[in-house]
Write a protein of this length. Structure first.
Lengths: 184, 185
């Protein structure tokens, strides 16, 4: 399959970015819920440490993905797509990009504010841009959870729209983000 | 006058050798006792807000020198209230049973260029083990700075019971850094 996008479909690179970020975000929700249910102890610290490392991976992938997006044509929506749906699609995509960039940064800040520096999978330690500060920690904690919930909701809308295109409109909108042949 | 100064000489001879080195008073505000622990691969710093140090030290009289430091374990501050509570708990510092830790050094090795080491003993959670320190001693007319480091293994002292014995997430090795501002007298 082609590596780069064209006006009809996403190339392999863009698909890899999309689906790897999907898998990592799902993992993040699982790890966050697991950590919440654990008593304070090494297991909780280890679970949250993995959550933080994956979060920073998502951030890095999101940055690379945006760079790749600007270097590639973006496949066009079917010409039959109504204007309000085009606006909704752009808005949703914009929100998703913003959320996968901002949520990890807020998580990182939250960790620094609590004097829990973040190690990237034990390989190196990320710098702390803020001093330990209880109020900032609490604010970031709330914001991080809010952003994660928002990401969940917007992702549901995004999935629903993709399924509607696939099963109702029977167009190539979902298929072009998959390593399969297009109908048209 | 003459008879008084003559008396001082025999009095000096009466003072035991162990007390010959200069007695210093620690300035608590400017002094710090910091530990650096590793949690999930990342280091973080904490400190003890309250500790007292009885320091007798004279580079020219190392045999008469002695450090005796008492640390109030409940004064631990890692800039996270929840973590401090956990540290004070039974599985880690157990401050209710062991409110203080103590460090005593009475053998000193001059390594030259103002560098010294001392194989002192730390008592923590009722366990006494040798923890060597490396330090510098710099004097100026107003006082002296005693600055140094040490490394210890937390599990040697039982700091970490139950789940906290795990060293994958919370490393066994803990670094210590201290800087004491001392005034004469």
């Amino acid at each position: 399959m082609q590596l780069k996008n064209d006006t009809l479909r996403y190339g392999l690179i863009a698909q890899l970015f999309h689906w790897s970020i999907v898998a990592l975000i799902v993992t993040q929700f699982v790890l966050a819920n697991k950590a919440e249910g654990l008593p304070i102890g090494p297991a909780k610290i280890a679970t949250l440490a993995t959550h933080k490392s994956i979060g920073m991976t998502i951030f890095a992938l999101a940055v690379l993905r945006l760079i790749w997006r600007f270097m590639n044509p973006v496949p066009e929506l079917p010409s039959s797509t109504p204007r309000w749906q085009r606006t909704a699609a752009h808005f949703t995509h914009g929100l998703l990009y913003a959320l996968i960039l901002i949520t990890p940064i807020v998580g990182w800040t939250m960790s620094s504010a609590r004097n829990f520096p973040v190690s990237y999978f034990g390989l190196f330690t990320l710098p702390d841009f803020v001093e330990p500060n209880q109020a900032l920690y609490e604010f970031c904690h709330e914001l991080h959870e809010f952003l994660a919930t928002a990401l969940f909701v917007v992702a549901i809308v995004h999935i629903a729209a993709a399924l509607k295109h696939h099963f109702v409109d029977k167009d190539d909108v979902l298929r072009r983000m998959l390593p399969v042949k297009l109908k048209s | 006058m003459r008879s008084k100064s003559l008396l001082i000489i025999p009095l000096c001879l009466l003072v035991p050798v162990a007390y010959a080195a200069i007695q210093w008073t620690m300035q608590p505000r400017q002094s710090e006792l910091v530990f650096i622990a590793t949690q999930a691969g990342a280091q973080f710093e904490g400190k003890f807000e309250k500790f007292t140090a009885d320091i007798r030290f004279d580079p020219k009289d190392l045999t008469g020198s002695r450090f005796d430091v008492t640390i109030d374990m409940a004064s631990v501050n890692t800039r996270d209230g929840e973590r401090d509570q956990i540290l004070k708990g039974e599985d880690l510092f157990a401050v209710k049973q062991y409110p203080t830790a103590r460090y005593v050094a009475d053998k000193f090795i001059d390594k030259g260029k103002g560098q010294y080491s001392a194989p002192g003993r730390l008592t923590l959670r009722d366990v006494t083990k040798e923890v060597p320190i490396e330090f510098t001693f710099t004097e100026d007319p107003s006082g002296a700075w005693l600055k140094g480091t040490a490394t210890l293994k937390r599990l040697d002292f039982g700091v970490g019971q139950g789940d906290w014995k795990d060293t994958q997430t919370v490393a066994n090795e803990v670094k210590v850094r201290f800087a004491l501002l001392l005034n004469k007298g």
